[in-house]
Design a protein around this ligand. Structure first.
Ligand code: C2O
Ligand code: CU
Length: 643
């Protein structure tokens, strides 16, 4: 709904501008009837815009309309009003008489043009500036509209009067003042627009010292892995060759597994990835120094160098790892793998006769436009004995949402981003939409017939489970299956009182696309609160804070929102609270027009990236940091996105 209103309003403002400009042009050519009709249309469209903006504001929230309510509509209303008055006085009579416009055209056409320019400026402000619009931007906009109107007068009249020139002069001064304020630099304020928080003091503890234990928990072991980052030509199942960047020559990289309580120790060696590499443990709340965020928690590992990561396997579940240096390019090219931690089995497990499940990781990745399960870009099949429990670990390693459908057996969605769902209900003919970076654990019992797992309803690919010899039955058409809403799935449980606040910190992140002069692209970047990385103000917290984060998507693209080092509890989406099992995630899709409220406890001191997991967006500005007070960064952010 909100997304539709955003689109409709963009359409309306473009049409409004067109109507006024056309009215001006027809007035110049003295076509009184057409000019008068277009003026009427302009007034009507302006009124429609007011209605749209009111609907957008009441339905979606102030973030969606601030620049429209404070700048665009007033400017449009004033200019449209003036144009309508002038046009009525000069156009109505000749229009009714079907005659031409007599006399000077400039006094009629210029107000019409001005209304058009004002409407056009609204489009530009929404597309380039967005939320929040500042006084400086407002001054520049008003001045530019006035200057363009004066210019129009000059062109049409040839000998402008003093008053017009005076107006132009005033507009020029206002514009320069506004521009100066803009470029004098915006003070860094709290991202919530709340009380300004000072940046962490220079003294304090370096993030490099925030490591974890170096021994496993009692009963655990050390799981040592050694990964070589290197270029390799990988042959996919279809025979297609991909020039990949790999861990150990394979895509995905070697699965990393551990049992809860183990110490995971991974030595990364960069052979020949000149952009540099690192390993980020996506969704795993490791100590900050082990987080792999280049520029923030480490320097990139360059060719010929090594680095060892060490962390305790505390959370059981499905996770994944990927490079966090130039991650847009690196992950796409193959620098990722699965990270699976299983619960420590109870001692008596063997005696209880529990059959171990067929545990299958399903990392989905797109190579040059073709989506594959692991490196299987053809149909992937596995044999599973009938009656055996099956655990499918879906991992979306791509930049976009994938839709999964499972046909041939009822199943449950047992975990989301590694977090167990309480009382998961049985699902049939239901699609699951998985955010980029997110994971789902599906559980089923292998039937006597084949089971199909489809990605994006593609019946020719995906995974097939076969009960014995023979071939998979043809997969059904799943395109019409409805999508599960996670917010109402599972057994409701009393939410911890802390979910309701009070919160020590409340941050609001408004996601959009706009002009940024300092962002990575220096053009239309993906922005957070009007800024592109590295200019997005840091979120500062103190250990122990209860934090509420509101994520607003003003843009027309989906943003899988991801926070390092912490999982968040979902409070609500578009004002609707969670009605199913409490929902804990580390990557959640904020679709166009959506507003998500999530909460977390600041319990993992350090410096953390917060970003969109569409890594194209992240590399084009949609990133920021969460910093604990007093933690300092000895690394260089500049090289973070590589080149
Ligand atoms: Cu999987 Cu910073 O990301
Ligand atoms: Cu995004």
């Amino acid at each position: 709904m909100t997304a539709d209103l955003i689109t409709l309003d963009l359409l309306a403002v473009a049409l409004t501008a067109a109507a006024w400009l056309a009215a001006g042009a027809t007035a110049v050519s003295r076509k009184a009837l057409i000019a008068a009709s277009l003026t009427g249309l302009g007034v009507l469209l302006t009124a429609i815009r007011v209605v749209l903006v009111v609907l957008l504001g009441t339905g979606g929230g102030w973030w969606f309309v601030q620049e429209k309510a404070l700048l665009e509509l007033p400017l449009q209303a004033v200019t449209a009003g003036a144009a309508a008055v002038v046009a009525t006085r000069r156009l109505l009579r000749p229009a009714l008489a079907r005659g031409p416009l007599e006399g000077d055209t400039a006094p009629v056409a210029v107000p019409l043009f001005a209304a058009g320019i004002a409407a056009l400026s609204g489009l530009v402000v929404t597309l380039l500036i967005g939320y929040p619009v500042t006084v400086a931007v407002a001054l520049v906009t008003v001045a530019l509209v006035a200057l363009l109107a004066v210019a129009a007068w000059w062109v049409l009249d040839g000998r402008p009067r003093g008053v017009v020139l005076g107006a132009g002069g005033v507009a020029f001064v206002v514009g320069v003042a506004g521009a100066l304020t803009t470029f004098a630099g915006t003070p860094a304020t709290d991202a919530g627009g709340g009380p300004a928080i000072a940046y962490p003091p220079a003294r304090g503890v370096s993030v490099a010292t925030l490591t974890g234990p170096s021994a496993p928990a009692p009963g655990g072991t050390v799981r040592h892995y050694s990964l070589q980052a290197r270029k390799a030509t990988v042959t996919l199942a279809s025979g297609r060759k991909v020039a990949a960047w790999t861990f150990d020559g394979t895509v995905p990289g070697p699965p990393i597994t551990a049992v809860q309580g183990d110490l995971v120790e991974v030595t990364l060696h960069n052979v020949d990835i000149s952009a540099g590499v690192s390993i980020h443990w996506h969704g795993y709340d490791v100590p900050s120094a082990e987080d792999g965020a280049v520029g923030l928690t480490q320097d990139a590992v360059t060719p010929g160098h090594s680095l060892t990561y060490r962390f305790l396997a505390t959370q059981a579940g499905t996770y994944w790892y990927h490079t966090h240096q130039d991650s847009n390019q690196g992950v796409q090219k193959g620098l990722f793998g699965s990270l699976v931690v299983t619960p420590r089995p109870a001692r008596s497990r063997a005696a209880t006769g529990v059959t171990a499940a067929a545990d299958i990781s399903v990392p989905v990745h797109t190579f040059d436009g073709l989506t594959a399960v692991g490196d299987r870009d053809t149909l992937d099949t596995r044999q599973v004995a009938p009656g055996k429990p099956v655990l499918l670990r879906l991992i979306n390693t791509d930049n976009v949402t994938h839709r999964f459908t499972l046909a041939g057996a009822p199943f449950t969605l047992d975990a989301v981003d590694g977090n167990a769902v309480g009382g998961p209900g049985t699902l049939r003919q239901t699609a699951l939409s998985l955010a980029a970076g997110g994971r789902y654990d599906l559980r089923l019992t292998m039937p006597a017939t084949s089971v199909a797992l489809l990605v994006d309803d593609d019946r020719a690919h995906g995974l097939r489970l076969l009960p014995g010899g023979g071939r998979a039955a043809a997969a059904p058409d799943t395109a019409s299956w409805p999508e599960l809403d996670l917010l109402s799935y599972g057994r409701p449980a009393a939410r911890p009182a802390t979910d309701a606040g009070p919160f020590d910190r409340r941050f609001t992140l408004v996601l959009d696309r706009g002009l940024s002069l300092s962002g990575p692209v220096k053009g239309r970047d993906w922005t957070v609160n009007g800024h592109a990385f590295p200019d997005v103000p840091t979120l500062v917290v103190r250990k122990g804070d209860r934090v509420e984060m509101t994520v607003v998507n003003r843009s027309l693209a989906t943003h899988p929102w991801h926070l390092h080092g912490h999982s968040v509890r979902v409070l609500s989406r578009n004002g609707d609270a969670v009605t199913g099992s409490p929902l804990t995630m580390d990557t959640f899709d904020v679709k166009p027009g959506e507003v998500w409220k999530v909460a977390f406890t600041a319990d993992n001191p350090g410096l953390w990236m917060v970003h969109c997991h569409n890594l194209v967006h992240a590399s084009q500005g949609m990133s920021l940091t969460l910093a604990y007070e007093g933690v300092t960064d000895p690394y260089d952010m500049a090289g973070m996105h590589g080149d």
